[in-house]
Write a protein that binds this ligand. Structure first.
Ligand SMILES: Cc1cc2nc3c(=O)[nH]c(=O)nc-3n(C[C@H](O)[C@H](O)[C@H](O)COP(=O)(O)O)c2cc1C
Length: 342
């Protein structure tokens, strides 16, 4: 199987849900939530793509970066490259049940292990989604991360204990899911957290605690004060609020303020290894990959996920040679240029 076949299969299997566009930029699927798109006008998703595209890589070929080192480490785990699988749930209503929830969780957790990196599992209106993800993590010897919806603290802590029991390497919440109506429809209420709530969650576990869905310096500082291990700068792939800033617009500012104390990851419209490199140049320690992994899992199962990750890895390697980067843990901001006027 190759990447063309994976995408072709995915396009056929996700008809009506995802077109697997050559440019996955949020236009075709605008407003399709549930579905694969961004919410409302789809502008937050489109902005993630367009603003990242506006950042250009500076070609450099007089240097000694002949054999770049891609490896990095996070939460005590060695990763073959700083690409991590984003948490995704709702196979039936988001991508037409082309694979079911259990298959999806197994494909991403095992596909990530096969590619030498790590996958996250998510939580949804149906509580069995997280349970299936945790089962996949447990079966993989704990190689995975659980991201829980911002439910009541008591409910979250119950699920943190389940993640500990499954052996997960880290645990966290997608705090930007605080307004999700789909959760209320399933009678699974979610909401924002006070500083005290957040600190209680961090203190409830010895596992590294992740907060996914931060888009401001102010809230990044609150996370740092609460003892959060890792922040994911993210707008949930543009799926929770119309007209937000794109993660790449706020990432560097957040890194400058709290990056010396907190691991900063990012996601949003990373579509190839060059996008990973741009995010690293803006100061991220790692990048979550969302929609392209769905194509892999649907179009080629566990192998499809590995193929997608290997493609990102190969592109990153080539891009590092052509920008003069020796190692992913030390990427200079001087390899990117941002066009302000377009
Ligand atoms: C269909 C779909 C389902 C998602 N489900 C979840 C989820 O259950 N939990 C979560 O934290 N994020 C969820 N996300 C957001 C992703 O984790 C990630 O933030 C986003 O997809 C990154 O953007 P990208 O897809 O453009 O790479 C979902 C995204 C999509 C497209």
């Amino acid at each position: 199987m190759d990447i063309k076949e994976v995408k072709k299969n995915a396009r056929e299997k996700m008809k009506g849900f995802c077109n697997v566009c050559n440019e996955c930029n949020g236009i075709w699927c605008a407003g399709k939530v549930p579905g694969m798109g961004g919410c409302g006008t789809g502008d937050s998703f489109k902005r993630n793509y367009n603003k990242l595209k506006r950042i250009r890589l500076i070609l450099k070929t007089i240097h000694s970066a002949k054999n770049p080192i891609l490896e990095t480490s996070l939460w005590g785990e060695k990763l073959s490259f700083p690409g991590i699988i984003a948490p995704i749930t709702g196979a039936s209503y988001n991508f037409g049940n082309a694979v079911n929830e259990k298959e999806y969780a197994n494909n991403v957790i095992n596909g990530a292990v096969d590619a030498g990196t790590i996958g996250m599992v998510g939580d949804g209106g149906d509580p069995t989604y997280l349970e299936l993800g945790l089962k996949a993590i447990k079966k993989a010897g704990g190689k995975g991360v659980a991201i829980i919806k911002p439910r009541d603290n008591e409910e979250i802590i119950k699920r943190i204990k389940m993640a500990e029991e499954a052996g997960a390497v880290a645990v966290g919440i997608d705090i930007d899911g605080a307004g999700l109506l789909t959760m209320a429809l399933y009678n699974q209420p979610v909401g924002p957290k006070s500083f005290k709530d957040l600190k209680t969650l961090v203190d409830s576990t010895d596992l590294p605690f992740i907060v996914k869905g931060i888009l401001s310096v102010e809230e990044a500082k609150l996370c740092q004060r609460a003892g959060v291990d890792t922040i994911v700068v993210s707008n949930h792939g543009g799926r929770v609020l119309d007209d937000t800033l794109a993660p790449c617009e706020v990432l560097n500012e957040i890194v400058k303020e709290v990056g010396y104390k907190v691991n900063i990851l990012v996601d949003g419209a990373a579509r190839n290894g060059g996008d990973i490199l741009k995010y690293l140049a803006l100061g991220a320690k790692g990048v979550l990959i969302g929609r392209p992994i769905i194509w892999g899992a649907v179009g080629g199962g566990q192998e499809g996920v590995k193929i997608i990750l290997e493609q990102f890895k190969n592109e990153l390697y080539k891009n590092m040679i052509l920008t003069g980067c020796e190692e992913t843990t030390n990427i200079s901001p001087r390899i990117i240029h941002e066009f302000i006027l377009d």
